[in-house]
Design a protein around this ligand. Structure first.
Ligand SMILES: *[C@@H]1O[C@H](CO)[C@@H](O)[C@H](O)[C@H]1NC(C)=O
Ligand SMILES: *[C@@H]1O[C@H](CO)[C@@H](O)[C@H](O)[C@H]1NC(C)=O
Length: 628
């Protein structure tokens, strides 16, 4: 519970000698537990926001009601800026209505699913809002996916149509799958003015002819309805579709902004892709709930970033840690501080880059948060405390229950005592972040087999019958009760802003010619966020590895971020007591030829092969001179 002392202090202040003594005691208390007030304020703020949010949800609020309010309040305000284009709230709503009417007229109804393959551009937004108005669920395809990975995403969502945005790579990706998409009976629509090839229909002209009035009969959409699917961990073409309910979307886009003080006159600059939660819910969603303005670039570019911010007068940027790191690696410019950005909001900013970024670019506030697309909890650091993702005093955790439990760093499995239960870690020690699954609000999880979802749930953690969501993240709480992200455990690591599932990469590599066994893990590269993929491989006896062939195989089967950058040829792979591959020792040895006794190889995209990794090459990579 909250310490009573603080309440007493406010009541009793200034009542003579007793008051003085109590004030002194209160001062001492504050000295000893400075976090108590801090966390209380944060909890109060969060509770107030949650109450307002709950009111919106109980009255049936969704992104559509928030959107309608914003359009009503400020129809002529610019909403989307892209290149020289300016679209007001009214413009975008008209286009959304036309899109809604178009699909409704063709028989699309609430519960149907349409897949979107669109870069960040204004058409993404009105397509998204238009389909949402019809109640059509959207499968938001990652624009980097190709081939079977893309087909898999389309299929598991149960989509019946595909909308392809502007950009030749997107059309190429679609044409490659055309026979398969047609075999599924899918209709394919192409946006933009380019004439569509055979088998694909033009969309824009037909949408323009539709009415901009509301749908002929209103569709009832509640917070419990599915808005879209966002795909996670597309490591090997087996991404999972996280179900994003309207309520969840609004929770992300409504609540977080309040802690970071976003205002309606803010201008967001969004370069993160809209098919991920950060760009979509945090960027676009937040801008809608606040009635703010959004400026786009279809793809993040270091060179254009600050020029864009200046051109659009951006005040808020949305980041993932890697993005800010790239910005810091650009050569310094005299106008680095010449912009209006006052808040950077996002997650994954590592302490080594945090202050450098703030100082160099003069960013007053960082709103670092922690949360997962498919996870039920979030944390936010509103204190500008370098490196932290939020607060975690015992008192705060009565408001938001979560715990760090001891786990095996190798496997990510929680450590169970003799009685089968888990133990909370001590202050300063890393532990696995888990949060109770409330019985009345079960975790919605992934589309498809229940096992996919059940895997994320830990049972009988502290008591028989309890259930906790396993975030799979190692966190640490310090003496001041700030909480820090430490690492991903076990089977996933992050690289270039994407989650890479080691088991899935291992499955692919194990089918490579001449491979007997393979163990995949991520290694730290100095100056880079996340981990780079590395595979320890036992070649088949009597076979010489054919690196060119491996390179060809790997680059066709795996997206760029999931490809192992380093290979290590070995004679044996250590396993744990439960016959899982041991990774911790390998992770620690990394790709340093002075520490690793086995032969090491590094990917060479120019030679289209893997080449031997010696000390010179190692020093180049570790010194940040090599492009990875
Ligand atoms: C577009 O539809 C919305 C309802 O979704 C409605 O409030 C709005 O007035 C419509 N716009 C026009 C121009 O009729
Ligand atoms: C940005 O701000 C400047 C000065 O306040 C103004 O002249 C300019 O028109 C603004 N640009 C945009 C795109 O709003």
């Amino acid at each position: 519970m909250w310490p009573d002392e603080i309440d007493k202090k406010t009541v009793l202040y200034g009542t003579g000698a007793v008051g003085g003594a109590i004030a002194a005691a209160a001062g001492l208390y504050r000295f000893l537990y400075p976090y108590a007030l801090r966390d209380r304020r944060q909890a109060q703020l969060e509770m107030a926001v949650i109450e307002r949010f709950t009111n919106i949800i109980t009255s049936g609020g969704t992104v559509l009601t928030q959107w309608a309010d914003a359009v009503r309040r400020q129809p002529d305000k610019p909403f989307l800026l892209s290149g020289a284009e300016v679209h007001t709230y009214r413009d975008v709503d008209n286009m959304a209505n036309r899109t809604a009417n178009f699909f409704h007229r063709r028989g699309f109804r609430k519960g149907d699913t349409v897949a979107l393959l669109i870069y960040n551009e204004p058409a993404f937004v009105w397509t998204f809002l238009g389909l949402a108005k019809v109640g059509v669920k959207m499968a938001l395809l990652n624009t980097n996916l190709r081939g079977q990975a893309m087909m898999h995403c389309f299929r598991i969502a149960g989509a019946t149509s595909l909308i392809v945005g502007q950009g030749q790579p997107l059309l190429d990706a679609t044409l490659e799958l055309l026979p398969e998409l047609q075999a599924e009976g899918a209709t394919i629509w192409l946006q933009g003015s380019a004439p569509p090839p055979a088998g694909v229909s033009a969309l824009d002209g037909l949408v323009q002819q539709e009415s901009d009035q509301p749908l002929p009969s209103p569709v009832s959409i509640t917070p419990a309805d599915t808005l879209c699917y966002i795909y996670t961990s597309g490591t090997t073409g087996l991404p999972k579709a996280a179900i994003i309910l309207h309520g969840k979307f609004l929770a992300i886009s409504y609540t977080l902004v309040h802690y970071a003080g976003v205002q309606s006159d803010d201008i967001f600059y969004i370069t993160l892709p809209m098919y991920h939660t950060s760009g979509l819910a945090l960027g676009l969603g937040t801008a809608i709930t606040k009635g703010a303005t959004v400026a786009f670039r279809s793809k993040f570019s270091v060179r254009h970033f600050w020029d864009d911010c200046r051109r659009y007068n951006a005040t808020v940027i949305i980041y993932i840690g890697e993005l800010l790191r790239y910005l810091c690696t650009a050569p310094e410019r005299p106008d680095d501080k010449d912009h209006k950005v006052r808040l950077a909001f996002g997650n994954g900013l590592r302490p080594d880059i945090w202050e450098q970024f703030q100082d160099r670019f003069g960013i007053p506030r960082i709103g670092e948060f922690y949360g997962m697309t498919e996870g039920p909890m979030g944390l936010i650091n509103v204190h500008n405390k370098v490196g932290a993702v939020g607060v975690a005093s015992p008192a705060y955790r009565t408001h938001k229950p979560f715990t760090l439990i001891g786990c095996d760093i190798d496997t990510g499995e929680p450590i169970r005592r003799k009685d089968g239960k888990c133990t909370e870690v001590k202050i300063g020690a890393p532990g696995l972040l888990v949060t109770p699954v409330p019985p009345d609000a079960p975790y919605t999880g992934y589309l498809g087999k229940p096992e996919l979802t059940e895997k994320k749930i830990l049972r009988n953690v502290f008591q028989d019958g309890d259930a906790f969501f396993n975030t799979g993240d190692l966190m640490m709480i310090d003496r001041d009760y700030f909480i820090y992200f430490v690492d991903r455990v076990g089977d996933t690591f992050r690289w270039k802003g994407e989650n890479v599932a080691t088991t899935e990469v291992a499955q692919v590599l194990s089918k490579m010619a001449g491979v007997q066994e393979v163990n995949v893990y991520g290694v730290k590269v100095p100056g880079q966020d996340g981990r780079a993929g590395m595979a320890s491989i036992i070649p088949q006896p009597g076979q010489k590895p054919d690196f060119r062939r491996w390179y060809r195989y790997i680059t066709t089967k795996l997206p760029t971020y999931a490809r192992p950058l380093f290979l290590r040829l070995t004679q044996q792979i250590q396993v744990t007591g439960t016959f899982k591959h041991q990774k911790a020792a390998l992770v620690k040895e990394g790709f340093d030829p002075r520490r690793v006794k086995d032969p090491l190889f590094v990917i060479d995209n120019a030679k289209k092969s893997y080449v031997s990794l010696g000390e010179t090459a190692y020093r180049k990579i570790a010194g940040g001179q090599a492009r990875l």
